[in-house]
Design a protein around this ligand. Structure first.
Ligand code: GLA
Ligand code: ZN
Length: 665
C-alpha cells in the first residue's frame, strides 16, 4: 500500500458517485454548476457505465465520457474514475451465461441487477481486462483523474460461486495452499466421517450436503472466494498502474461489521494504493454513531494508521433496509466529520443526484428529488464549506490509544455450524467491547492476530481480545511478550480454541492462551436462550450474565469473581494473571452494558488509563501532524456541553454540533 492521494492534486475530498449516464445533457450543466456551489472537489464517475461505454462488444462510445470529464475538469472538479467491471452488460452474459454465479444449491443467478459475477470465469476476466485497458488508455494521463475506482464493493452482493469453473480453480488453489493431498486430508481432518480424498478431482466446492459439510472445506472455500476476487482486483490494478502511472488505485471496502464480512480486508489493504470505505448507518435500535466510530477506526487500522477515504455514505436515509428514517438536522455533518476525525481524507456520498429510475430512487443523495430548496441541500452546501476550511488536515493522522484484535478469518471459522451454542457471535462481542471503550472516550486501533508482534505497552496500555476463536499459534508468544513488558490484556471467552484449519489446539482449552491467562477451561456450558447466571466479586458486587458459562481451572491466575448460580456455580468467571510487568484478564461469560463496562474499568485501572471526565455521547478525537493538532469535539446529545482543552480553557459545543479546535502553534 502506498500513501495518500497526491497532496498537490486533491484537497480534502468532497463529492459523491456521479452517474451522468442517467441524465440528459442539460442536466450535466446544472450538475457541474451546483457541484461548484456545494464545494464538491471530486466525484466517482462511471461505476456502473460499462453498457454505456461499450454498448456492443468492441464498440465504444467515448464521446459522453470525454465530454463530462472535460466539463468537470474545466470546473476544477477531480475525477475518481471507475472501471465498470461490477456490471458486465447484457450482451456479455448472452454470450457467456456461465459467468453468472451459482449458489450452493446449484441455482444460477440471473442478469437484471448488478454484481452477478463468477470470479473464476475466464470470459469475465478477459472482458474486464479489455474494458479496463481501453479506459486506462484513454484517460490514464487525463489531468482530472486523481484516483482509480476499481469495480464496486467486492463481496457484495455475492462473493462466492459454486460452479464447475470455480470447482476447478478451487482444486488449483488447494494444491497451492496444502501442497499434497496428504496435507489436505490432514488439514481438513477428513478421517472424520470417512471423507479422505485420493485424487484432487474428487474435491468439490462445499455445495449443499445432507448435513454439516466439513468445516475446514467451508473455511478454505471462503478463503478461496476472497482470493479469487482479490486476484481479479490485482489484475485490473496492474493494468491501471501500467497505463496510468502515478495515479493511485483503490476499490471501495465495506469494513463495517454490519455490512460485508466475506472479505478479509487485512489482505486487501496490502493490495490497494489507498484504502477507501463505504459506510451506511444501520437502524437496529443501537447508537448508530458508535458503529460509525468503530467502522472508521477499523478502516484506519486496515490502512495501517495511514490515510484513508470515506468513499460513500448517505446524506440522509438509505432505501435497502425495512425502514429507512431520514437523518436529523445536523446528523449528516456529525457523521461526515466523525469519519474525518478518525482519519478520513474527506467525505463522499452515494450519490450526487437522486435517481428517478431504478432500484435506488428512494436512496437519499446530495441533490435530492426536491432540489436546492431542501434541508439536505442546504446542509450539503454548509458541509462543503466546513470541509473546505479544513484542507490542511491532510498532513495529520489519528492515533488510537488502546488496541483490539480483529480477525475476519476467525469470524468465518466461528460462524460455521455445530458450535457449542448457536448464539455465539464474535461480532457482538467485538462491538460490545468497542462500545465500552468508546464510552470511556478511547480511540481504538485494531490489529490482525499476526500484527501484534512487538506491540508497545507504553503506546497501547490495553489490548482487548473479545473473541478470537481461531488463533494462530504465533499469537501465544506475542501476547505473552506484550503482557510481560507491562501490557494489560483482556480476553473474553471462546478465544484461542482452534488453529487456522479449525483444528482444536492440542491440550486443554483455551489452547494457545492457556499460559498467558494462567488457567485452563475444562468444559463449556453455554446457557439456554433467556437463561441468566449471576457473577459475584469478592467485594460484594454482582453482575448478571447470559449466553455462556464454563468451568475454569486456575493455574497461576487469581479469581476476581465467580459464578454464584447455574451449572458452573462456584467456578471462576473473571480472573487476572500477573505475568512479568503486566496482567492478563479473562472473562468466562457474557457481560453486557454496565456490567461489561465495570469490568473494563477494572482493567483500565490496571492499565493506568484514567477516566476522561467527558459526558456520554460526546467524542473528542485528535488528529495531529505537520500542520498542527486538530481536536474534533462531536456532540451527539441534544444539550450543549463543555469540553476542557489542553490549556485548561473550557469550550462550548452546542447540541448536535461539531467543533474543531486547533491548538495554537
Ligand atoms: C453501496 C453501493 C452504492 C449504493 C449504495 C446505497 O455502497 O456501492 O452503489 O448502492 O450502497 O446505499
Ligand atoms: Zn463460479
Amino acid at each position: 500500500m502506498s500513501s495518500a492521494l497526491p497532496h498537490d492534486r486533491l484537497p480534502l475530498a468532497y463529492g459523491g458517485d456521479y452517474n451522468p449516464e442517467q441524465w440528459p445533457r442539460e442536466v450535466w450543466e446544472e450538475d457541474v454548476r451546483l457541484m461548484r456551489e456545494a464545494g464538491v472537489t471530486v466525484v466517482s464517475l462511471g461505476v456502473f457505465a460499462w453498457a454505456r461505454t461499450e454498448p456492443r462488444r468492441g464498440t465504444y462510445d467515448w464521446e459522453w465520457l470525454d465530454t463530462i470529464i472535460g466539463m468537470l475538469h474545466a470546473a476544477g472538479i477531480s475525477v475518481d474514475l471507475a472501471t465498470p467491471t461490477v456490471v458486465p452488460p447484457a450482451w456479455f452474459y448472452r454470450a457467456h451465461p456461465d459467468a453468472l454465479p451459482v449458489t450452493r444449491d446449484g441455482v444460477r443467478l440471473a442478469f437484471g441487477s448488478r454484481g452477478a459475477i463468477c470470479h473464476s470465469s475466464a470470459d469475465y476476466r478477459a472482458a474486464a481486462a479489455s474494458i479496463t485497458t481501453k479506459i486506462a488508455e484513454r484517460y490514464g494521463s487525463h489531468p482530472a483523474v486523481v484516483l482509480w475506482h476499481v469495480h464496486n464493493e467486492y463481496g457484495a452482493p455475492v462473493l462466492t460461486c459454486y460452479c464447475d469453473n470455480c470447482a476447478a480453480a478451487f482444486r488449483l488453489w488447494l494444491q497451492d495452499r496444502h501442497g499434497s493431498l496428504d496435507a489436505l486430508n490432514e488439514a481438513w481432518g477428513t478421517a472424520f466421517w470417512g471423507q479422505q480424498y485420493g485424487d484432487w478431482e474428487e474435491i468439490t466446492p462445499p455445495r449443499t450436503t445432507p448435513t454439516v459439510c466439513n468445516p475446514t472445506q467451508q473455511l478454505d472455500y471462503q478463503r478461496f472466494a476472497d482470493a479469487q476476487a482479490r486476484a481479479n482486483f490485482v489484475a485490473e490494478r496492474d493494468i491501471l498502474h501500467r497505463l496510468s502511472p502515478g495515479v493511485p488505485v483503490t476499490t471501495n471496502f465495506m469494513v463495517a461489521p454490519s455490512q460485508c464480512q466475506s472479505i478479509d480486508y487485512w489482505a486487501w489493504a496490502a493490495e490497494v494504493d489507498l484504502v477507501t470505505n463505504d459506510h451506511y448507518l444501520v437502524t437496529d435500535g443501537r447508537r448508530t454513531h458508535v458503529n460509525l466510530a468503530l467502522t472508521a477506526d477499523l478502516t484506519r487500522s486496515v490502512a495501517g494508521g495511514g490515510p484513508w477515504l470515506l468513499l460513500e455514505h448517505a446524506t440522509s436515509g438509505v432505501n435497502w433496509q425495512p425502514y429507512n428514517p431520514a437523518k436529523l438536522p445536523g446528523e449528516m455533518a456529525r457523521n461526515s466529520l466523525s469519519h474525518v476525525a478518525r482519519g478520513s481524507e474527506g467525505a463522499m456520498f452515494f450519490q450526487w443526484r437522486q435517481s428517478r429510475s431504478g432500484a435506488e430512487k428512494f436512496h437519499s443523495s446530495m441533490l435530492p428529488h426536491g432540489g436546492t430548496g431542501t434541508r439536505v441541500w442546504n446542509e450539503v452546501v454548509e458541509l462543503g464549506r466546513t470541509l473546505g476550511e479544513l484542507a490542511d488536515l491532510r498532513a495529520t493522522r489519528t492515533h488510537g490509544n488502546v488496541a483490539m484484535i480483529w480477525s475476519w478469518e476467525s469470524m468465518w471459522a466461528q460462524s460455521l455450524e455445530w458450535r457449542p451454542s448457536e448464539d455465539l457471535d464474535a461480532r457482538e462481542r467485538l462491538e460490545s467491547f468497542y462500545e465500552a471503550l468508546y464510552d470511556r472516550h478511547l480511540t481504538v486501533d485494531f490489529f490482525a492476530p499476526s500484527g501484534i508482534g512487538g506491540l508497545d505497552p507504553e503506546r497501547y496500555p490495553l489490548l482487548v481480545v473479545p473473541q478470537l476463536y481461531a488463533a494462530p499459534a504465533s499469537v501465544a508468544a506475542d501476547l505473552e511478550s506484550y503482557v510481560a513488558r507491562g501490557g494489560t490484556l483482556v480476553v473474553s471467552f471462546f478465544s484461542g480454541i482452534v488453529d487456522e484449519n479449525d483444528t482444536v489446539h492440542p491440550g486443554p482449552h483455551p489452547g494457545v492462551l492457556r499460559d498467558v491467562l494462567g488457567l485452563t477451561v475444562e468444559e463449556f456450558s453455554p446457557l439456554l436462550p433467556g437463561e441468566k447466571v449471576t457473577v459475584g466479586t469478592g467485594t460484594g458486587e454482582t453482575y448478571e450474565a447470559d449466553l455462556w458459562a464454563e468451568v475454569v481451572v486456575p493455574n497461576g491466575c487469581e479469581t476476581l469473581a465467580t459464578f454464584t448460580d447455574g451449572r458452573t456455580a462456584g467456578h471462576p468467571a473473571l480472573t487476572r494473571h500477573v505475568l512479568g510487568e503486566g496482567t492478563a484478564w479473562y472473562l468466562a461469560t457474557r457481560l453486557t452494558g454496565d456490567s461489561l463496562a465495570a469490568v473494563v474499568d477494572l482493567a483500565l485501572a490496571d492499565a493506568g488509563i484514567a477516566p476522561s471526565g467527558l459526558p456520554r455521547d460526546v467524542e473528542l478525537v485528535v488528529r495531529e501532524g505537520e500542520s498542527g493538532t486538530f481536536r474534533f469535539a462531536i456532540n451527539h446529545t441534544d444539550a450543549e456541553v463543555k469540553v476542557t482543552l489542553p490549556d485548561g480553557s473550557r469550550a462550548c459545543v452546542p447540541a448536535g454540533a461539531v467543533e474543531v479546535f486547533r491548538d495554537p502553534r
